[in-house]
Every structure is written in C-alpha cells, then in structure tokens.
Write a protein that binds this ligand. Structure first.
Ligand code: NAD
Length: 693
C-alpha cells in the first residue's frame, strides 16, 4: 500500500506512504485517486487532508519509473491533480517535509496548503533539462508571484517554506503540527459558501510582467547557452501571465514533450542516474558490514594532505595530521588555516567555525599518535620506496580494523597493500586537486580489499560530500589513464600544424571547461614532464610527442613561471598566444619532417574525445570501471566534461559507436596512427549496433 487513509471524525487524512520520498509512482497515483474517491463518496466525510511524512510530502516523480511505460500510464500526475482540484469536498495539503517537483505540483492542485516552516519547497525539473510538466509553471506563478516563480523554476533550487510565507501558496506556515492545522482548516473550509479556491482562478502577480519577462529572457538566455530548458520554462511562465489557464497548460505540456526529446535532457538525466549508480558497487549492499569512522589520520601535509584533511574537518571528523618535520607540519597547518580564513573573508564561514575546524586537527610527528585512527590516508611523495616505508610504519601502529588508504595517483595499490600485513584493509582514495574543492574521489579497490573496507569508504565519501567512483588497479586509474590519451593526441596535433590556442578553442567550444594547454599551464607542465620521463624508461614502446618536453626545456612550466604554452603578463592569468611557442613548434615539426596542414576544429574535437572513448572502452573491458556510466561520472565531476553531453561514453553512444569506430580507423592511417588501435569492446559493440551505456 503506497497510500493510507485515516478518518479523524469528519476529515479523511490521506497519507502518502512510498518510501523513501513518496515518489509519485503508478501505484501511489492510483492509491491517491482511490482514496480521494472513497472520501468523496463517504457522506460522513466533510473535508480531506493530503500529507506525507516529516521527511517528505513528496519528492516528485518516482525516478525508479523513469523511462518505463508506468511513468505515463493513467492515472498520470495531471489526471491525479485534476481529480483533487475538482473535489467537491475541500482538500488541504499538509506539507511537513520536502515538496519537490511533482510533489509540489500536487499540492498546488488542491484547495489549501499548510506547511511546516522547515519544509523544502522547489521545482527542480530544470536540472534534468525539463520543466514542471503537471501544471507547475502555471499554478506556481499564480501562487508566489512572477519574480519568485521565475527564480525558483529556472534555477531549480528549493527554499524553506518559511521563505514563501505570506504568499498565496500557503494558508499558513507553522512550526510543527501541520497535519492538525490542516484538519482544522479542512473542517472550517467545509462550512464556507461557494466554490473552493483554486490557484488556476488567480492572476499572476507583477506590476510590469512584460518588462520583467523580457529582462529575464536576456539574463537566462545568457546564462544557459547550452541548455534549452531554462528558456522553455520562461515560455511556459509567460503563458501563465498572458493566456487563460488551460491554454497555458497546453503550452507547458508541449514544452515538456519537446524538452523530453532533447539530447541535453537525455544527457542530464543520464548524468543524474549515473551519479546514483556510481554508489552501487558489485559485491557490496546494505547487508555488507560498515566500520565506524570517528577519527582519521592523514600522513603528509603537502598540497593534497592539507586539502584531504579539510574535507574531514568540514564534516566534523577529527584528524591527526602527521609530517616528517616540524617545519613542513607548520607550513601545512598554516595553509589549512589560510584557506579557512579566506573562506571567512568571503563570508562562507564564521570566525568561530574557522576555530572549530582548526581545533579538530591534531598535528604530530609521531606515528604512535595514529594508533587510534579508524582511517588513515597517506599523501606523501609519489615514490614507491617512500610509500613502502610509510605503510610499514603504519602497519606497526594502526589499530586492528583501521582502513589504510593511499592517495597515490600512479602507483600500484596492490603493491602498497603488500607492504602491510593486512592488505584487506588497504585501498586507494584518489582525491583531485584542490582536494577540498574537487567533488570527485576515485576509490581504488585492490585485489585484496575487503567489501566492508570498501563499503565504509564509499559511505564516508558521501559524508565528506564527494562523488565516489570505484576504480580497479591500473596506472592512472580511470580518469588519468584516459586523459593521457587525450593529451597525447593534443600534442600530436601540434606536430601536424595545429596551435595550442586553436586546440583549446575547439575543445572549449565543444564544452570542456578548459582546453589541454590552458590546463597544463594552470597545473604546471613539469608534472607531466616528470611522468613522461618515467614512462620513457618503463614503457619505451609508448610514443609521445616531444613538444611538451621541449616546452619544459625552455623553462616554460606554465603560470607559475610566467610562461608555458601561452605567455602571461605579470599578475595576469590571461593566456596570450606565444610567438616563442609557435616558433618552437614549427622548428620541431620541420625536424621531424611532418607535413604541416590546416587541421579542422571538428578533427581536433574528435581526436581528443575519441581518444578518451577508446581508452574508456579498454578500461571497461578490463573491468577497471564496472560500468560505462562510472566513467562518465569521473569525467563530468573531475575533468570538466560538458554535462549537457553526458560524459564521454554517453556522448559516444549518442554519436553512434559505428561512427566513432569509423573515425578512429581513419585516424589510424594518419600521423602517429599507431596510437589508434581500436579497443576490442568498441569494435564488438559497434559491430552489433549496441551502446556502452
Ligand atoms: P606534496 O609534495 O605537496 O606533499 C607531500 C608531503 O608529504 C610533503 O609535505 C612531505 O613533507 C610529506 N612527506 C614526505 N615523506 C613523508 C613521510 N615519510 N612521512 C610523512 N610525510 C611525508 O605532494 P602532493 O602533491 O600533496 O602529493 C601527495 C600524493 O598525492 C602523491 O602520492 C601524489 O601522487 C598524490 N596526488 C597528487 C595530486 C596533485 O595534483 N598534486 C593529485 C592526486 C594525487
């Protein structure tokens, strides 16, 4: 039963009961209409209350139903809402928890609403590239006025009910007791003369609606270039202002149906599900035991160790921070404090919060102090010898059951696990820089990592607000292993006549937040140089363009040296095309004897993106990533891949794997074509007309 009815004297209380958030799936919708019909037919009932629970009135559509026939099967949500709106007996919504999307639209369709002040109210459909399609764009502006409605529908951000008190949305906003108040109101409303109030009968409030909509269109248009949904939201809201209610509903339905078909919405919905799917890991479920993590140790207070520490402090988890020397320890602590103080200056933290967080760090030089930690994250130099020494010491002091994690980006997590006598407790936590800001966390599952250690870290990642994706052990894990192929293509293109600024421009136009060369200048080109030097020894068969090495030999490490792929004026991060780099590239190409040609932007995008896709296919095939959507999550959250394209694997599916493979085969006969051995999985899927996702 997903709906329960309780009769309190002459009022029927219909309670949604579809955990976790009272999603409006088919059986819930049927239950609602049945309960309404029963209450209307019962002569002893005079008024009706609809409610949910303290967690949720309703979170909206049941996402488990997305894409299935049940999603649109009657009674559809508009049908349910119409039934409630037409009820001859007054209906009051009692909103104690979230009323989001379709949940709010249901409440908008009844005659009265009472909300708890803390209830979250919102129409988040735009975040999936859609708009509220069950009357939300028509009734909500009539309830809260044009300006608030535009802000909330276009942003998708929920607000507390208290913020909407005093609007026609609510008859009352209360501190507790919403259901009791709703029962009393239903009873009183039953005694009133005349028809029950309906939002559809109101006008949208605004002094100068026309001008406000025109202004909104300009700002929203500028902010949402790649996304059609926000402007469609405005179209529908405009109809609420200018057209009769039912004509407005029609505009809304058409816009909804249109958006549902757009690739942008498909990508956003994919990203939404991919994100949720990332936390579902093979071999782990609700029955897998979790370990308690009450305190954490971090080894190394450098760039990464400091940021990693902040994540735990922010979540209220105390951290023991270990360094080899007092000076490094003091420097690390000072950096953490400075970061917090900068946040305080921007008003994001109070001075007290800064002190509270700093009070949670216990600095130390003594491994014995890590003996109580439930989890220890190592972030020392990237050298296997150093890791060996650190994990040896850690193994000696860590308590039984402590989870031992390495933040290594390139080293073998299984080898690190073997430095301890408890490899089942060892895994990788690959944070991204800056670790206190970047959302992505690759959790590296070693050959011997136990399910409960992995499950514990996956749960913990949510507590520290990271999006965790599980990766198997390999060089570079999911993200960096793929980006290496992308970077190789970018530098091979330089040998053929493309310039850094053209490549960056093309890939940024595709939607990447930053092209590879601007990115290199920001991160420091010396980092890749160091990695390549190691590769030249360890993997001499892997070919690299030497352009990036030549750049580094010129001392052009990037922004930090005032010059990289671009020139920089002192104190200015604007990347300016560099004649020095152009000359270096021309000379390099001449020495290699590579014929120069005009490379199209389309080729640039395909070579870079398909390099990701091809390596992604290998990563899937090898089981390093469990599913294609995990790879998409890595790229969307960690690498600035355009969200409206859904991630590299989803994008490849959209282009069609046959077309991707055909392009790859074409590149294989070009310059450095040896880099383009198509992944067997890609060949197989393309041949059978299937997709990655
Ligand atoms: P870093 O040089 O900034 O910091 C390393 C710190 O470890 C230094 O403060 C050093 O004093 C300390 N240290 C060295 N040996 C130690 C020991 N035996 N015991 C305790 N402390 C010791 O380096 P980083 O950039 O923070 O990188 C740390 C780890 O994180 C590396 O494994 C690196 O590959 C990985 N990583 C770095 C990035 C990045 O962008 N910098 C991103 C992901 C992962």
């Amino acid at each position: 039963m997903s709906v329960n009815t309780e009769v309190r004297d002459d009022v029927a209380i219909i309670t949604l009961a579809n955990p976790p958030v009272n999603g409006l799936g088919l059986s819930t919708r049927q239950g609602l209409v049945d309960a309404l019909d029963t209450a209307v037919a019962d002569p002893a009932i005079r008024g009706i209350v609809v409610t949910g629970g303290s967690r949720a009135f309703s979170g909206g559509a049941d996402i488990r139903e997305f894409g299935t026939p049940q999603a649109t099967q009657e009674p559809s949500l508009p049908t349910v809402i119409e039934a409630f709106e037409r009820s001859p007996k007054p209906v009051v919504a009692a909103i104690e928890g979230m009323a989001l999307g379709g949940g709010l639209e249901l409440a908008l369709g009844v005659h009265h609403r009472i909300a708890d002040a803390r209830a979250q109210i919102g129409l988040p459909e735009v975040k999936l590239g859609l708009l509220p399609g069950a009357g939300g764009t028509q009734r909500f502006p009539r309830a809260v006025g044009l300006e608030t409605a535009i802000n909330m529908i276009v942003s998708g951000e929920p607000v507390a009910a208290a913020q909407l008190a005093g609007t026609a949305l609510f008859d009352a906003v209360v501190d507790g007791g919403a259901v009791d108040a709703a029962v009393a109101l239903a009873r009183e409303a039953a005694t009133r003369e005349g028809p029950h109030p309906r939002l559809r009968d109101r006008e949208v409030g605004h002094a100068d609606a026309e001008a406000f909509i025109a202004w909104s269109r300009l700002t929203v248009g500028a902010m949402s270039k790649q996304f059609p949904a926000p402007l469609k939201c405005l179209d529908a809201i405009e109809a609420a202002v200018k057209q009769p209610f039912d004509a407005g509903l029609k505009v809304e339905r058409e816009a909804f149906a249109h958006l549902m078909q757009t690739p942008e919405s498909a990508a956003l919905r994919h990203a939404f599900f991919a994100d949720r799917a990332a936390s579902k890991v093979e071999g782990i479920d609700a029955s897998t035991p979790r370990r308690e993590v009450r305190s954490v140790g971090v080894i190394g207070a450098g760039t990464m160790g400091g940021g990693i520490t902040m994540n735990f402090l922010n979540a209220g988890i105390p951290v023991t921070l270990l360094e080899t020397g007092q000076e490094a320890l003091d420097r690390g602590l000072a950096t953490i404090r400075r970061n917090y103080e900068n946040s305080a200056k921007k008003g994001k933290l109070t001075v007290e919060q800064v002190e509270q967080r700093m009070a949670l760090v216990a600095p130390t030089l003594d491994y014995a102090d890590l003996g109580d930690a439930d989890l220890v994250v190592e972030a020392v130099y990237e050298e296997l010898g150093v890791k060996e020494q650190v994990f040896g010491e850690l193994d000696a002091v860590a308590k039984p059951g402590a989870i031992l994690a390495s933040n290594t980006s390139t080293l073998d997590v299984d080898a690190i696990a073997a430095f301890t006598g408890r490899p089942g407790d060892v895994l990788g936590t690959h944070f991204f820089s800056p670790a206190n800001v970047m959302k992505l966390l690759e959790v590296v599952r070693g050959a011997k990592t136990t399910p409960d250690a992995l499950a514990t870290v996956m749960d913990l990642s949510r507590k520290i607000r990271k999006t965790a994706v599980v990766s198997g052990v390999c060089d570079g894990f999911i993200g960096n292993r793929m980006i290496e192929q992308y970077s190789r293509q970018a530098t091979f293109l330089l040998e053929e006549g493309a310039l850094p600024q053209q490549i960056d421009r093309a890939i940024e136009a595709f939607g990447f937040a930053m092209g590879p060369f601007r990115m290199g200048d920001l991160a420091g080109n010396d980092i890749g140089w160091a990695i390549r030097k190691r590769r030249y020894v360890e993997q001499p068969e892997m070919r690299y363009s030497r352009t990036a090495d030549r750049l580094c030999e010129l001392g052009r490490y990037g922004q930090k040296t005032g010059a990289g792929w671009y020139d920089y004026a002192p104190g200015d991060r604007t990347a300016r095309p560099s004649p020095v780099v152009t000359d270096m590239l021309r000379q390099h190409a001449a020495e290699l004897g590579v014929p120069q040609r005009r490379v199209s932007d389309e080729e640039i995008v395909q070579r870079l993106v398909y390099a990701l896709v091809n390596e992604g296919a290998r990563i899937l095939e090898e089981g390093i990533a469990a599913k294609a959507s995990d790879i998409d999550v890595v790229y969307l959250t960690g690498y600035g891949f355009p969200v409206w394209r859904g991630g590299p694997m989803f994008h490849a599916d959209q282009v069609g794997l046959y077309n991707v493979l055909r392009a790859i085969r074409g590149f294989a006969s070009g310059h450095e074509g040896g880099a383009w051995e198509p992944a067997p999985l890609l060949v197989e899927l393309a041949g059978s007309g299937r997709t990655f996702n």
